[in-house]
Design a protein around this ligand. Structure first.
Ligand SMILES: [Zn+2]
Length: 383
């Protein structure tokens, strides 16, 4: 390590890159006390009661770091509100660096969280060698018969949602990414729209969706009434295709992440098949990039209200539902000082991020681990 111009250059040690779960088997036990302690640790990490979850929710708060969460808890208390997920029984912490940078972008972060492998910033589900395609957990579960849903407050071809159905050398290849959506066979998609759905001389994404049996809606009420088994909800043409309005600027015609979550649950549980549902609070990150404190809280609250909808489903199916709430990285370098919230950056930072979990197998999400462990832990529960 060397300090230059006040910057201390650091690299993550290998042990932090890949905390080996299996190494617990190799623990040497020098005394009865440590034997007892090890048994306790093993039991609390892998309880015998853990049941394979049939309904899996993965909520990703884009940019929801510890500072943002601290600030949101303070504001929630001031307003007499609560953030439901921070009350979950299991809390964990996650490292987020990418294969080539201490600070990840959303594309390399979602690659780690979906495919369990590190890649370079701006690459989506392709290994750092730029050749090998990585398979996200959503595709693995789709093959196992799970119904898959992907929802976000930003566009469906944006990095985080894209990481669950597409691969690309660049997260900015919006059309190439979107083209992979109709071929996924997933049951439900919802977001603001597509950034580049009909480029010149190329087939329209909407035509591809129709060809592949998807019903596309711009009215959430009509989508609730849809009998189609494959549904896509986006904003109406006169609205922004880039993002849903910020929570604090919404009018009654705008749909919320909570409504989208309710709609997704209705679609994914229609025939009582197992499902995996990824829901992104994408605008927490955007508000933090712009250092907009009020919008940050509004988006964290909107995210929490969507999680409340999943929590109501969990309460009806507690033994077979797992809810994981995580973040892909920290944004804005948010920090609480005596005089309140300070942003120290307009970009992402490399700080560790919080994870919360409740339900079947939730225990395995406690402790400090790398973001590549998320899909591995879920698949471990399903073995
Ligand atoms: Zn992100």
């Amino acid at each position: 390590m060397k300090a230059e111009n006040g910057v201390l250059n650091i690299n993550y040690p290998v042990s932090l890159r890949e905390p080996p779960l299996q190494n617990l088997k190799g623990i040497i036990l020098p005394s009865p006390f440590s034997l007892l302690l090890s048994c306790f640790l093993l039991f609390s990490l892998f309880p015998c009661s853990a049941q394979a979850p049939k309904h899996i929710f993965l909520f990703i708060g884009d940019g929801l770091g510890i500072g943002t969460l601290t600030y949101s808890e303070i504001i929630a208390k001031e307003k007499g509100e609560t953030l439901c997920f921070s009350q979950f029984p299991v809390t964990g912490l996650m490292t987020t660096h990418s294969a080539d940078d201490l600070v990840t972008c959303s594309a390399s972060a979602v690659t780690a969280m979906a495919s369990g492998e590190k890649t370079k910033n701006s690459m989506l589900n392709i290994a750092p060698d730029s050749v090998h395609i990585l398979t996200p957990i959503s595709k693995i579960l789709h093959q196992k018969g799970y119904w898959i849903g992907v929802a976000t407050t930003v566009s469906l071809d944006h990095a985080t949602p894209a990481g669950f159905y597409a691969h690309s050398l660049s997260r900015k290849n919006y059309y190439d990414i979107a083209k992979q959506l109709p071929a996924s066979g997933f049951r439900f998609f919802a977001g603001s729209g597509f950034l580049d759905p009909e480029p010149k001389d190329s087939v329209s994404i909407f035509a591809l969706l129709r060809e592949n049996g998807y019903a596309v809606f711009t009215s959430i009420h009509q989508c609730f009434g849809s009998k189609s088994l494959k549904n896509v909800l986006i904003q109406p043409q006169d609205k922004d295709n880039v993002q849903l309005p910020y929570s604090i600027s919404k009018d009654k015609n705008d749909f919320t992440l909570a409504q989208i979550t309710q709609l997704g649950i209705q679609k994914l549980s229609a025939l009582n098949e197992p499902f995996f549902f990824m829901i992104e609070g994408g605008l927490i990150d955007w508000a933090a990039h712009d250092n907009l404190a009020e919008e940050v809280y509004g988006e964290v609250k909107e995210f929490s209200e969507a999680i409340e909808v999943a929590l109501a489903f969990y309460k009806e199916h507690p033994k077979e539902t797992l809810i994981i709430v995580a973040a892909d990285h920290e944004t804005g370098g948010a920090m609480i000082l005596s005089d309140g919230l300070h942003f120290n950056s307009e970009d992402h930072t490399g700080s560790i991020v919080p994870v919360f979990a409740i339900g079947a197998g939730a225990e395995v999400f406690s402790g400090l681990y790398d973001n590549t462990k998320i899909p591995k832990k879920i698949l471990h529960l399903l073995r």
